[in-house]
Ligand binder design. Structure first.
Ligand code: ATP
Length: 415
């Protein structure tokens, strides 16, 4: 128990294959430790005895394969024990992937079969896609593989700020508190949180990311054999469905895991039936997945941006910079129609060019916006370039032609 003040510490005994589901309270962190047995949080083992501090609002489950005793200290929004989980089916998927990785590794690295499994996780919102992706990655990393995590979810992605698609190698089980490591992410900036704003641009960026990874895999037998786990958006109707199909194809996915929706699963099985090397597998959604309202999602996005600049525990200090207007050139991608109506045949609608670059004048409209810093050397390279990091515009002084920003640039490199 904590020393000083009233103690709120309590112990929970978990039977084999059970989990303790926790939502940390809104204001104060929760401490938790493993007293006996073994337990894991989304695929990452909890070290014995050591108190781990979970920040406010975090939602997680402590699962045990053989039984464990947990001690908690602090307030939770909810915490309860569940004895029904889909974990056995998830770990069975992991075992199959493991077999494919071993087979890929055993083959000469120039053969096509030296490519390990390319798993794509699909399903409606709040079906546990990110969580399943995380488990599969952590279990693989625990066995010594370095799988690549690809996050195509521009709304609630877990690699970097919202509005991006990104990829990063996972070299160790993912930390239960810190999440995906931010060391070397490969990030492409889309700039919106819904793909419908510019679905064609989304596709272009997905293709760029896939091609870059393909090049990296070609020179790296180890990551090729480990394969990838691709997380997707919860938008599975209409254009969303088309974007899913597009992602399956662009990344040459070999395993499609469908969470919690029969209809989507049978639709995918149907369209992919001519592709014998693609397995479509239906998996049950966990009862522990916490649904989030549109408002909660919006809030989560703001927290994510804050966290990017200031760190999870306010432990980063972003640089504040003052620059002259002439130091920065700002572009918007995909703005406005391509051709004026007068130049088109009668009745034709001007089509917006998804990848049109529009120079943006620096004025107060940019205040409080987040901009991506591109590695592009020329404007026409912007779309195909990954980004170095992001800046947040804190002030614009029109009289002095000065722009004040907060910057925190990840150490990613140009590809
Ligand atoms: P999205 O709709 O944003 O794509 P998703 O399908 O990826 O969501 P997750 O992000 O995996 O869903 O899960 C939603 C929330 O539920 C997360 O906060 C996650 O930590 C929590 N969660 C998932 N599984 C469990 C569980 N078994 N017990 C407790 N919380 C869980």
């Amino acid at each position: 128990a904590a020393t000083g003040g009233p103690s709120t510490a309590r112990q929970v005994k978990l039977d084999k294959e059970c989990e303790l589901r926790v939502e940390v309270g809104p204001d104060t962190p929760l401490r938790l430790r493993l007293l006996t047995g073994n337990a894991e949080i989304f695929g990452t083992e909890i070290p014995p005895e050591i108190w781990v501090t979970f920040p406010p609002r975090l939602k997680f489950a402590v699962f045990t394969w053989y039984g464990a005793t947990i001690e908690m200290d602090g307030t939770t929004e909810t915490d309860y024990t569940a004895d029904e989980t889909p974990m056995i089916s998830y770990v069975n998927v992991h075992a199959v992937l493991e077999g494919r990785r071993n087979r890929a590794k055993a083959l000469p690295s120039d053969s096509d079969s030296s490519q390990g499994p390319r798993v794509i996780v699909v399903g409606p919102t709040d079906s546990g896609k990110s969580t399943l992706s995380r488990m599969l990655l952590s279990w693989a990393a625990k066995q010594g593989w370095k799988p690549t995590f690809v996050d195509l979810d521009i709304g609630q992605g877990s690699i970097t700020i919202p509005g991006c698609i990104a990829a990063t190698p996972i070299e160790m089980p993912i930390d239960s508190v810190e999440g995906i490591p931010l060391e070397m992410p490969l990030v492409y900036f889309y700039g919106h949180t819904t793909p419908s704003v510019n679905a064609d641009l989304y596709k272009v960026l997905v293709k760029e990311l896939a091609q870059t990874l393909e090049r990296q895999f070609a020179g790296n037998a180890e990551s090729r054999a480990a394969g990838m786990v691709i997380n997707t958006m919860g938008w599975i109707e209409g254009v969303g469905y088309e974007l899913l199909l597009n992602a399956i194809e662009t990344f040459n996915a070999t395993v499609v895991l469908v969470l919690g929706q029969e209809k989507l699963c049978s639709m995918l099985k149907d369209v992919l039936r001519n592709k014998p090397n693609v397995d479509v597998v239906k998996l049950q959604k966990s009862g522990g997945v916490v649904s989030r309202s549109a408002k909660a999602r919006q809030k989560a996005r703001s927290y994510r941006i804050r966290e990017y600049f200031y760190g999870l525990a306010n432990d980063l200090s972003p640089h504040s910079n003052v620059a002259n207007f002439s130091d920065l050139t700002v572009y918007r991608i995909g703005g406005g129609p391509q051709a004026p109506r007068s130049a088109l045949p009668i009745g034709a609608e001007p089509a917006a060019d998804p990848s049109r670059l529009v120079p943006v004048n620096i004025n107060r409209d940019l205040l409080h916006l987040v901009l991506a810093v591109s590695f592009a050397k020329e404007p026409e390279q912007i779309i195909s370039s990954n980004v170095a990091g992001f800046i947040y515009i804190t002030d614009i002084d029109i009289q002095r032609f000065e722009i004040c920003t907060l910057a925190h640039i990840e150490v990613s490199s140009a590809v």
